[in-house]
Each structure stands twice: as structure tokens, then as C-alpha cells.
Design a protein around this ligand. Structure first.
Ligand SMILES: [Zn+2]
Length: 317
């Protein structure tokens, strides 16, 4: 099974601490506590590890401490996300720098990538919920960063971390897979079909609609395969395999510039480029491909030019 980056239950989220203000303050002040710094949606990295800063490291940024977000317990130490909103890039020494998660995620080990994705997603959500969506008053951070609560006691509206569910699906018909290409992707680069779930839809409904909108192909039963957090800014990619029930491809919307039934032979020949190994799209392709006799997709060691999106749903860095 290939790895799916940005996911993994590597940290004990320690969620009871969120609702215990005294213990939370003690945890923030504890010398053993470490901080993951986020600035302009980027994560502080030392070489290829997420920098875990000490109290001494963050002494110049103490004012951000009360609004740090509890990520959980890692190796018996509490870890908080520290959101820095300075104009200039904060300086934590020459051996560290702020890097976009999109650039670094495939270089990080799985635990670090998951931690960075979690921290980035929380900080981005808080930044986008500084005001109450009901009355427009200022929101105040509560429950260690997991609630943004309206300052107006009459309103009292509470917002919770937002996730945007998106389906991503490998449609197959025997030994062929339905793959598509967006206009801004490199020539010959193909991936699985993806799209956001809309209100009033089940995941299966969204699969049927997205595949038909994008390719005119009708799909039958869908089988859940795996999922991937995709915090650009808040998607959760929910991956399926589905049986194609029709053959004729027609591009019904402008999402794809090209869609094809791609045979296993075409994949083996290297004529098309697949998504990056760490993406859920690759995982969906490989779990279908590897059902058949012959070398696994991983063993083919196909060329993979740089590519970032696991689907068609990301819109920010
Ligand atoms: Zn309000």
C-alpha cells in the first residue's frame, strides 16, 4: 500500500485539555512544551523536519502565546501551533525557514507532514473566522483554538473548524481507467476525477454527478478506498473506486480539457504521467492497477514530473 501524505494519527490530540482552561494554561507555560510556527500559511522547517520551538526560541513572539492552538501530545510533550502575523518573515536562525506545505510535504516524514497539515489547517481556519458569520462582531478564540466564539453575548454564535468534503474517484471498466487532464497541467499528465460534495448529496451522489458532469460517463456502485486531508485550504479528499457503466466520453463542463479510458498497457508504457506517489489519486490508481497480474505500479518506477494537486479542488497555497 502506498503512503498517503498529510494524514495519520501520529499525535494524541488530547482533546479533553481543550476544555480545561487551567490545565491548558499550565500546558502552554510548561518548559517541555514545543511550538510549531506558522507564518503566511507556511510552516517553519529545519532541513526536512518541522521545527519544534522551545519557549526560549519564541521569546520575541510571546504575545502570540495566549492564542496558540493545542495540537496535542507528541512524545509526552504538548505541542501548540503558534500563528505569527508579522509583516516580515520571523527569524528563528539561519538553519530554519518558512516553507509552503505544498513544496515540502513529500520531503517530510509522514508524522511531520501530518503535523504540519494539521497546524496549517487550524491557523487558516481561525484566520478566516475572525468575525462572526451571523452578526459580524469580532470572534474570540476558545477551547485551545478549536472554537471561534462571537464576542457579542446576545449572539454567542460558535464556529467550529471547517472541512470541505470532496470525492475523488477512479472509474474503471475492466482493465481501463477513466482519467482526465486539466488545462493547466503538463502535457500527458492525467489524474482521477474529483469534485466537492454539495449540500443535500451523499458521497455516492456526488461521485455520480461529478463523473457525469466532467466526462458524461455513468457510474454504478462505488467502493470506499481511502481518504486524505488536503489543507489547501480545507478539503478532505474521500477516495473511491467505481464501476463505469457507459463508454462514450464527452466533456460536459469546462473542468477538464481531456478525458480518456487509459489502459494498463498505456500506463506501463510510460506514455502518460500519473499523479505524484504521495497523493490519494496515485493510491487509487495503484490499488486498481495492482489487482492484475504483473509488476506493481510502484515496481514500474514510472517518471513523475512535479505535480501538486491530488484532484481539482485546491485553490490556494
Ligand atoms: Zn455574532
Amino acid at each position: 500500500m502506498s503512503d498517503i501524505v498529510l494524514s495519520g494519527n501520529y499525535i494524541d490530540r488530547h482533546s479533553l485539555l481543550r476544555v480545561n482552561p487551567e490545565a491548558l494554561e499550565e500546558a502552554r507555560a510548561d518548559p517541555a512544551t514545543r511550538f510549531v510556527a506558522i507564518w503566511q500559511s507556511q510552516c517553519l522547517v529545519m532541513e526536512t523536519r518541522i521545527a519544534l520551538l522551545t519557549h526560549a526560541n519564541i521569546v520575541a513572539y510571546k504575545q502570540y502565546l495566549p492564542d496558540s492552538t493545542l495540537l496535542g501530545k507528541l512524545d509526552d510533550r504538548n505541542v501548540f501551533a503558534l500563528a505569527l502575523d508579522t509583516e516580515d518573515e520571523p527569524d528563528f536562525g539561519a538553519d530554519s525557514q518558512f516553507v509552503s506545505l505544498r513544496k515540502i510535504s513529500s520531503l517530510l516524514d509522514a508524522a511531520d507532514a501530518g503535523l504540519a497539515a494539521f497546524a496549517k489547517a487550524m491557523v487558516a481556519w481561525q484566520y478566516n473566522h475572525q468575525h462572526c458569520g451571523v452578526c459580524g462582531s469580532q470572534n474570540l478564540m476558545s477551547e485551545a483554538g478549536f472554537v471561534m466564539a462571537c464576542k457579542d453575548p446576545v449572539c454567542g454564535h460558535r464556529s467550529f473548524p471547517r472541512l470541505d468534503p470532496a470525492v475523488i474517484v477512479l472509474v474503471h471498466n475492466k482493465d481501463r481507467a477513466l482519467l482526465g487532464r486539466q488545462s493547466d497541467w503538463p502535457e500527458r499528465r492525467f489524474s482521477t476525477i474529483a469534485g466537492f460534495v454539495e449540500p443535500g448529496e451523499s458521497l455516492e451522489d456526488a461521485i455520480r454527478r461529478e463523473v457525469e458532469e466532467e466526462t458524461n460517463i455513468k457510474v454504478g456502485d462505488a467502493t470506499y478506498c481511502a481518504s486524505q486531508p488536503w489543507p489547501f485550504p480545507a478539503a478532505l479528499m474521500i477516495g473511491f473506486h467505481a464501476q463505469g457503466q457507459s463508454e462514450d466520453i464527452r466533456l460536459n463542463d469546462s473542468e477538464l480539457i481531456e478525458a480518456r479510458w487509459v489502459s494498463r498497457e498505456e500506463i506501463i508504457s510510460g506514455d502518460i504521467f500519473l499523479p505524484t506517489r504521495f497523493s490519494i489519486a496515485y493510491h487509487l490508481v495503484s490499488t486498481w492497477f495492482d489487482q492484475y497480474d504483473g509488476p506493481s505500479l510502484e515496481a514500474l518506477n514510472l517518471q513523475q514530473p512535479p505535480f501538486h494537486s491530488p484532484g481539482s479542488t485546491d485553490s490556494s497555497k
